[in-house]
Design a protein around this ligand. Sequence first.
Ligand code: SF4
Length: 286
Amino acid sequence: MVTTQDFKSRMHIDWCPGCGNFGILNALKRALTQLDIGPDGAVVVSGIGCSAKLPHFINLNGFHTLHGRALPAATGIKLAVDDLPVIAVTGDGDGLGIGGTHFIHTARRNVDIVHILHNNAVYGLTTGQAAPTTQRGMTTKTTPRGVVEEPIQPVPLALVSGATFVARTYVGDMEHCVETFKQAITHKGYALVDTLQPCVTFNKVYTYDFYNERVYHLRDVGHDPTDMKQAMLRGYEWGDRIPLGVFYQEEARPTLGDELPGLEKGPLCKRDISDVDISHLVRPMM
Ligand code: SF4
């Protein structure tokens, strides 16, 4: 039987005390445990940033890639090894700034992966610059007179890009976080979880108190996650009230792996390639 202790890493966790990343790490361990998925049963892929250290802090197959590139790497892994859940973790700068175009195309291709967006609305690892989700007016090292741009809204962006599972959770509500991660892992298709995680060191606006006073659950207001119009309206809601839960879910759409002609004979890792001659590719490099 899998326990959360199975995921304990030997690495020292160097996130700041109180950082919301701890909640994401713990929720992911609990979600995998409750789904009976052990350390060999899934892959976690990251880009660059505080969030990107997560594969080091969990005993799970992991790949720490380049800034903004977690989603294409996760796509490649999923197409090659189709029976492992693939979980991409990105920050908001990593996933929506440098990797913003990958976000759109991974959603429209319906790649069968989970995307946990560590959304703290600031660049934390580089010590507090404005990120794509930083609130208008907030002063940061790069915006000493306040941000003058509108923030990206990841939920509506995922919806219009064609994501088949779009949810938001908050690390201050651990049970909700675990349940949402479990739903995302068991969904077939691209699953975005916009995960609100305070950066206690560099974002003094989006704090635990800020969220605790505002979050509410979509399940408590009769939201229908099959209704795209409702999902869009709720997805734009941000301010005095912030919705948590599954905005939208669509089960029937084929994934990228279902439709790629090159994968008709199955994923690469299960194909017999012993008679494939690649010497003409290797020879020029010798
Ligand atoms: Fe967490 Fe912010 Fe510290 Fe990074 S800088 S570890 S996001 S609190």
